[in-house]
Design a protein around this ligand. Structure first.
Ligand code: RP5
Length: 167
């Protein structure tokens, strides 16, 4: 069903997270998956986070990607307020270089999962979101397969070039 309504909501705890999270929106755009980008904080705007997450499914969103650094509560709080799949992106924002956020996001209590990608792994969050959407959208599945094929060709090209340069 063609739609311009966002299928993925990308939320992050601070505008300072935007540079890390932007590749997620860019990749979803490349795949033709409409998304929205929002700033909201589990600690600084807790009511907004609850309202956004609890209304997300009714707005037609299919996946929420939540990026946060430091004591990164945002992905878990979002997951507590929705049954949509939530993908967490730990962000390197403090002296602990993202390990703080990684532990905070990945160690969810049983029953409230957050699918956690690597530190600053916004691109993988986009691919995972696209894979979830592809379960019910053959066109997105086709575009993902094409992207995977292109990635493989890039590696083979690099291999060929390096072998030529080093022989
Ligand atoms: C977290 O604290 C945000 O997600 C951000 O990564 C970090 C620092 O936020 P700012 O102090 O830069 O706004 O809540």
């Amino acid at each position: 069903m063609p739609t311009d309504l966002p299928l993925v909501s990308i939320v992050m705890g601070s505008e300072s997270d935007l540079a890390v999270m932007r590749p997620c929106a860019d990749l979803l755009g490349t795949l033709g998956i409409p998304c929205e980008v929002r700033i909201m904080s589990a600690h600084r705007t807790p009511e907004l986070v609850a309202e956004h997450a609890s209304g997300a499914a009714a707005r037609g969103l299919q996946v929420i990607v939540a990026g946060a650094g430091a004591a990164a509560a945002l992905p878990g709080v979002v997951a507590a307020h929705t049954r949509l799949p939530v993908i967490g992106v730990p962000i390197d924002a403090t002296a602990l270089r993202g390990v703080d956020a990684l532990y905070a996001i990945v160690q969810m209590p049983s029953g409230v999962p957050v699918a956690t990608v690597g530190i600053d792994g916004a691109k993988n969050a986009a691919v995972l979101a696209a894979r979830i959407i592809a379960l019910s959208d053959p066109e997105i599945a086709r575009r993902l397969d094409e992207m995977t094929q292109q990635q493989a060709e890039n590696v083979l090209d690099s291999d060929r070039r390096v072998r030529e340069e080093t022989q």
